[in-house]
Design a protein around this ligand. Structure first.
Ligand code: PMP
Length: 390
């Protein structure tokens, strides 16, 4: 299998696994215990906190460990607003932000959305008029998980700071791939997740500016200074720190390699699968993500056939009928139907090789050609339900 779904999750690096190993076995203490086992576990956590905070341009006491970015995003969205008012967010946010905001709307908040341009970048010109005195919280991700589009977070942070509006930034797809410096970015809170950067699943973090009031989601313990109670998962925290350390150390090499892979892949698809459309900006984006529409191919059929051919990639979001709905992020870009329903996301990691990419292009070209041929034959007599729009 050729794994091109690294925005969904990444494999655990052997160095990360090795760093975690002793904390599954001999160093099993509860970090809250006063004896030696506990002290050793506590030190591992505090060393990890210090190292992660330093890599992300934050103070150690600004980092809260969570079970991942879904929890970190929920913690920020529910924990930051101080009174009922308007929540400002974009249609391209991850469901862990979008649906948390929708839950606040159910509780009597109202919502405003940043307009999204056709390239998947929110329209910064709208910031000024949308950020008024009613806004209790603004949310804008740093890099979109569907298109890789980098968002103008710094520009929004500037306006939010002036107007004393807390700004939450989901930086899950950016941390470990490009430099992310919390204080420089100027946001109030920032979330990230271990398993997107070759770290373990089930661990992530929320950076929270010093002095900011945050209402916890959970109650019943003193851990993380009461803001995220519960016994800390020491091995996962150690693994998270190791994966960030490696990502930081090798960032430029990884980035250059992934950028080259994407270019070779895209050039190959353009040569062998024309016509194709790139969804999202071709340049102001993370090279780790490439969202492509293949007119004449339904995304769910393409995905299934690519899986059989040995390529793992993704598209849209599952719905109860078993078919795929176009991703809300692509819908927010107002793409034409044909592009929405034929969009597939390929996402790369530094572990992918040039050989894999060349082989993937060849396989994709064969599958796309076959499906287009079938679609053309079918539509000559009638469109089968698989291709009819739902
Ligand atoms: N935000 C973004 C942009 C993501 O891509 C993801 C993972 N799909 C999440 C949040 C949720 O992260 P986790 O899996 O750690 O809960």
């Amino acid at each position: 299998m050729i794994y091109l779904d690294n925005n969904a999750t990444t494999s655990l690096l052997p160095e990360v696994r090795a760093a975690m190993e002793p904390f599954w076995t001999e160093h099993f203490g509860n970090p809250s215990s006063a004896h030696r086992f506990g002290r050793l576990a506590r030190k591992a956590i505090e060393d990890a906190r210090e190292q992660i905070a330093q890599s992300l341009g934050a103070f150690p006491d600004e980092l809260i460990f969570t079970s991942g970015a879904t929890e970190a995003n929920n913690l920020a969205v529910f924990g930051l607003p101080r009174s009922r008012g308007v929540i400002l967010s974009s249609g391209i946010e991850h469901p862990s932000v979008r649906e948390a905001v929708a839950a606040l709307v159910q509780r009597g908040y109202s919502q405003r959305e940043f307009p999204v341009c056709s390239d998947g970048i929110v329209d910064a010109e709208a910031f000024d008029s949308l950020c008024d005195g009613e806004v209790q919280l603004a949310c804008l991700m740093l890099a979109n998980n569907e298109t890789g589009a980098l968002q103008p977070v710094r520009a929004l942070a500037h306006i939010c700071q002036e107007r004393r509006i807390p700004l939450h930034c989901d930086a899950v797809q950016a941390v470990g791939k490009i430099p992310v410096q919390f204080h420089e970015l100027g946001v109030t809170t920032l979330s990230f997740s271990g398993h997107k950067l070759h770290g373990p699943k089930g661990i992530g973090g929320l950076l929270v500016r010093r002095g900011v009031k945050l209402t916890p989601l959970f109650h019943g313990g003193h851990q993380e200074r009461g803001r995220r109670p519960g016994t800390e998962p020491v091995p996962l925290i150690v693994g998270l720190a190791k994966s960030i350390e490696l990502a930081h150390r090798d960032r430029q090499n990884r980035f250059d390699h992934v950028r080259q892979l994407r270019q070779v892949f895209l050039d190959g698809l353009r040569r062998r699968c024309a016509p194709i459309f790139v969804n999202g900006p071709e340049h102001d984006s993370l090279p780790h993500t490439l969202n492509v529409s293949f007119p004449g191919c339904r995304a769910e059929v393409l995905l299934m056939r690519l899986d059989l051919a040995g390529i793992a990639c993704s598209a849209g979001s599952a719905c109860s009928s078993g078919s795929l709905l176009p991703s809300p992020a692509l819908q927010a870009m107002h793409l034409p139907d044909e592009r929405l329903h034929s969009a597939v996301r390929f996402s790369f990691s530094h572990l992918n090789t040039l050989n894999e990419i060349e082989r993937a292009v060849q396989l994709i070209a064969e599958v796309v050609c076959e499906i287009r041929q079938l679609t053309a034959d079918d539509s000559a007599w009638s469109a089968p339900s698989m291709f009819a729009s739902r």
